[in-house]
Ligand binder design. Structure first.
Ligand code: AMP
Length: 398
């Protein structure tokens, strides 16, 4: 598949694709769209930033457009991703579409969701918890949902949604087409894929840990300790230009850090799972509009954010799960832009950092200590000199 024209898509959809200036399919689109249009199940390893949303959105929209009956369900781990995916799908459906939609995400009041459900939506996008809530209340019917997309499946499992997914599957027709995407493909994902997919076409785009291999992305580490961490962060924020996302481990930590940064004239806001949906939307909207420069976030809240102008990812606290590192750094160096990631490593983080390295460079001998230089072919050496730590407390050069 060299271009979208060869797919014989419905003219209205083709017009939209042209208007969106998608002329050349990305690798995941080139591999996934033709078999998906033939009705095959897909098991795809792909990060956000690879064009995977359109890879499932295009076949999904074709199916909805070519059949007056039947519905489609897209499950995502977070509310933000669900909202983002809905806006992409609405673009593909086009402004004249008669297909009704429902966005069913937690943290939002039920009233408007009931209203959307009364309109017999044929496209339902949501997070597993809220979808189950509606299924249990009987306000959502999925017996004709013959097209299922599981987006960021690894993350859904990380977030403990496995039994929620099983629960939802009970309401779906057995005969259906299922497209499952995941940034990583550990054994538990493969096992789940056997449960939900039938004879899937397996698609891999680049390495399974693609953002780590992204040549436009530099990684750096700075050794520090808890007492000096904030000072190191300030130096990094001052030295860098452009939008920055700073990851922290707790919701309170996110709020506190944003307040502290603002006091020091660093424009910042915080996002985490305790915020009301309307507030989250506002925080993200303002960041997208570059009304402030630094977004302080927890893992769950920032999952799947697609904002091209994020230049740097700072890991103020290291993530618990190594996979989260991959998701975090995938927020930058998107769509061919340059980006950098820097991790502040204090004593207890060394083990976490080693686990991250093992995930990103499997088979590559790992240094005993995280601050030892990587071999010259390591992904971690790319342009690292640009961000060599500057006398940060007891920092040792990465
Ligand atoms: P995703 O991986 O779905 O989050 O997409 C990443 C970005 O790539 C989004 O901003 C899309 O609009 C853009 N994109 C996806 N497919 C194409 C394409 N074929 N040509 C140009 N841009 C694309």
């Amino acid at each position: 598949m060299e271009n979208f024209l060869s797919l014989n898509l419905p003219p209205a959809l083709m017009e939209t694709i042209t208007r969106m200036q998608y002329s050349i399919p990305t690798p995941i689109q080139a591999q996934a769209i033709p078999p998906a249009l033939e009705g095959r199940d897909i098991l795809g390893s792909a990060q956000t930033g690879t064009g995977k949303t359109a890879a499932y959105a295009i076949p999904l929209v074709v199916k909805l457009m070519s059949n007056p009956r039947g519905s489609a369900l897209i499950l995502t781990p977070t509310r933000e991703l669900a909202t983002q995916v809905m806006s992409v799908l609405k673009q593909f459906l086009g402004s004249r579409s008669t297909v009704n939609t429902a966005l069913l995400i937690g943290g939002e009041s039920m009233g408007p969701q009931f209203q959307q459900l009364r309109n017999r939506p044929r496209l339902i996008i949501g997070t597993p918890g809220r979808i189950n809530d509606h299924l249990e209340r009987g306000t959502l019917m999925l017996h004709d949902a013959s097209f299922l997309v599981l987006d960021e499946t690894d993350r859904m499992l990380d977030m403990g949604f496995s039994s929620q997914l099983d629960q939802i599957a009970k309401f779906l027709p057995k005969t259906r087409q299922t497209l499952m995407f995941s940034a990583t493909m550990p054994a538990n994902i493969l096992k789940i894929s056997e449960k939900y997919l039938t004879n899937p076409v397996r698609i891999k785009v680049g390495e399974e840990n693609a953002p780590a291999a992204n040549v436009n992305l530099t990684h750096d580490i700075i050794h520090t300790d808890d007492a000096n961490k904030y000072e190191v962060l300030m130096k990094e924020l001052t030295a860098r230009e452009g939008s920055i996302i700073v990851f922290v481990k707790t919701k309170r930590g996110a709020d506190r850090l944003a307040v502290r940064l603002n006091k020091q004239k660093m424009s910042a806001d915080a996002i985490h799972g305790d915020l009301k949906q309307s507030k989250r939307d506002r925080v993200i909207g303002n960041f997208r509009a570059q009304k402030y420069r630094i977004l302080v976030a927890t893992d769950v809240a920032a999952r799947g954010l697609d904002i091209d102008h994020i230049k740097h990812v700072v890991n103020f606290d290291m993530p618990h799960a190594p996979e989260d590192y991959i998701h975090r750094i995938g927020r930058t160096a998107r769509a061919g832009a340059l980006g950098s990631a820097v991790s502040l490593i204090s004593g207890e983080d060394r083990g976490k950092w080693r686990a991250i390295q093992r995930l990103i460079n499997p088979g590559e001998p790992q240094a005993q200590e995280a601050h030892k230089p990587r071999p010259s072919n390591s992904k971690f050496n790319q342009r690292r000199r640009n961000f060599r730590p500057r006398n940060s407390g007891n920092a040792a050069a990465a």
